[in-house]
Design a protein around this ligand. Structure first.
Ligand code: DUC
Ligand code: ZN
Ligand code: ZN
Length: 470
């Protein structure tokens, strides 16, 4: 494997900011220093004027995920290529435990599909839908022998993915004691289902009813319930896709009480608010994600929480479905819900635009420091999900997953220029400051401007350790 020196870049980690040279050798960061002297065989890349960032870690993505009759339109090949172009070099996707199988079978199934396709490193959370003694045994085995240390559970989607409170409590108790993480989708599923049924009975079929039937108070109620279950179980807990102050206020209180509660939000909750739903045009199906977009007041609370560490991660929840049926051969996508909002598959793309959009609206608008930007998008997700310090920082011995980022460049986003299979981006036509120039995965240059140098199958499954939050 070649040796590459990144010369004279501005190295930014969660804690540091300095000019240095970074030497990458054998897939890891070998040395960091001023004016490093190297042999002629070493490839030198001049990074003057560029930020040298640790590769992004996106701990919430969905490739080839089966959601009822739909399947997310990014394969592991297209989705991880899009991730790389966006400066993300590690993703954590999901392995769904179906009704009959075990978490271990779910992991093996997804690995078989992902391994030959991925071009960045990856891991998996298991979605646990059913808990019994055997499942708990398999969960412990996954943690100890498979390097899978996090498990997602749903408080929504009754009859499909929802786990009841006792199942969640059992998982929290065991996984927490073993040092892993239960990640919760917190919404009161049974009340939401009732509201959906009532809306449809009243003839309300337009996508705007997606948001109206998933009110923030039901996210808040479930978040509070999840926290109390974690408190009783004496377990750490992680809330995915926090969108509202109704949820946040319980997280803030619990953290102040010393309960180890952690949470993410997603770029779309920071970029858009619920004013997009003021229409009956089917175009707004693009914004049908769960939870839905909230008010501009909620958005202010999310920013405050990001600044004061009540939210620790910004992950994408990249869950892409095409607007046009048949685009790149994908069917049963957003158009399924043309006459019934409840049939619109929930989710939106975002993996390629995470870093640049947060750099623009966060760093450039003075809401996040550069260090905090790195911490939220790389370091803390790596720590919370047992990937640090292999991933999530620039340090001697860490994987040489490095992004050269140009803060002075800008770009206008168009779906046709992105690398996802999705046929739209929520950021269409928006000009953003900052650009990912080069991306290295374990020392290998995989993105060079617009050029793709990566290869399907070069990404690796990364066994993870326990939570490093304290
Ligand atoms: N939850 C997710 O985390 N992703 C997609 C849909 C959902 O409900
Ligand atoms: Zn969810
Ligand atoms: Zn998700």
């Amino acid at each position: 494997m070649g040796t590459t020196l990144i010369r004279n870049g501005r190295v930014i980690t969660a804690t540091d900011d300095y000019l240095a040279d970074v030497l990458m050798q054998d897939g890891v960061i070998h040395a960091i220093g001023k004016a490093l002297v190297v042999g002629e065989e070493v490839k030198i890349i001049d990074a003057t004027g560029l930020y040298v960032l640790p590769g992004g870690v996106d701990t919430h993505v969905h490739m080839e995920n089966i959601v009822g009759p739909s399947i997310t339109c990014d394969t592991f090949a297209s989705g991880t290529r899009a991730a790389a172009f966006g400066g993300t070099t590690t993703v954590v996707d999901f392995a769904l435990q179906t009704k009959d199988d075990s978490p271990l079978a779910a992991i093996a199934r997804v690995q078989r599909s992902a391994d030959p396709q991925v071009s960045v490193d990856y891991s998996l959370h298991v979605i646990v839908t059913r808990v019994d003694a055997q499942v708990l045994c398999d969960v412990r085995h996954a943690m100890q022998h498979e390097g899978v240390t996090s498990f997602k559970m749903f408080m929504a989607y009754p009859g499909v993915m929802m786990a009841d409170d006792a199942a969640i409590f059992q998982m929290l108790r065991q996984v927490g004691a073993d040092g892993g993480m239960v990640a919760l989708h917190a919404e009161n599923g049974t009340v939401i289902d009732l509201l959906i049924r009532e809306a449809l009975e009243a003839g309300h079929t337009s996508p705007r009813y997606h948001a109206l039937t998933r009110p923030a108070i039901l996210e808040g109620e479930a978040t509070h319930r999840g926290i109390r279950l974690a408190e009783l179980a004496e377990a750490q807990i992680y809330f995915v896709h926090v969108s509202s102050n109704q949820a946040l206020k319980h997280i803030v209180t619990a953290r102040a009480e010393g309960i180890p509660v952690f949470a993410e939000t997603c770029p779309h909750y920071l970029l858009f608010d619920d004013s997009v739903y003021n229409s009956d045009d089917f175009e707004i199906a693009k914004y049908v994600m769960t939870p839905p977009l909230r008010t501009s007041d909620d958005q202010k609370h999310l920013w405050r929480a990001l600044r004061y560490d009540d939210l620790q991660v910004i992950a994408t929840d990249h869950c892409p479905f095409c607007m046009k049926e048949g685009h790149k051969g994908f069917f049963q996508q957003k158009m399924r819900g043309q006459h019934d909002f409840s049939q619109i598959p929930n989710g939106a793309p975002g993996i390629e635009t995470r870093l640049v959009s947060l750099f623009d609206i966060g760093v450039m608008q003075g809401k996040l420091s550069l260090n905090r930007f790195v911490q939220l998008t790389s370091t803390t997700p790596a720590k919370l999900f047992g990937l640090f310090p292999k991933k999530g920082t620039i340090a001697v011995g860490s994987d040489a997953d490095v992004v050269l980022f140009d803060p002075a460049a800008s770009q206008t986003i168009h779906a046709r220029h992105l690398h996802s299979n999705c046929d739209y981006t929520l950021l269409e036509g928006r000009t953003l400051r900052g650009r990912v120039e080069k991306v290295f995965l374990r020392g290998q240059l995989i993105v060079d401007g617009e050029q793709w140098l990566g290869r399907e199958g070069m990404g690796r499954f990364v066994p993870r350790g326990t939570v490093q939050a304290f």
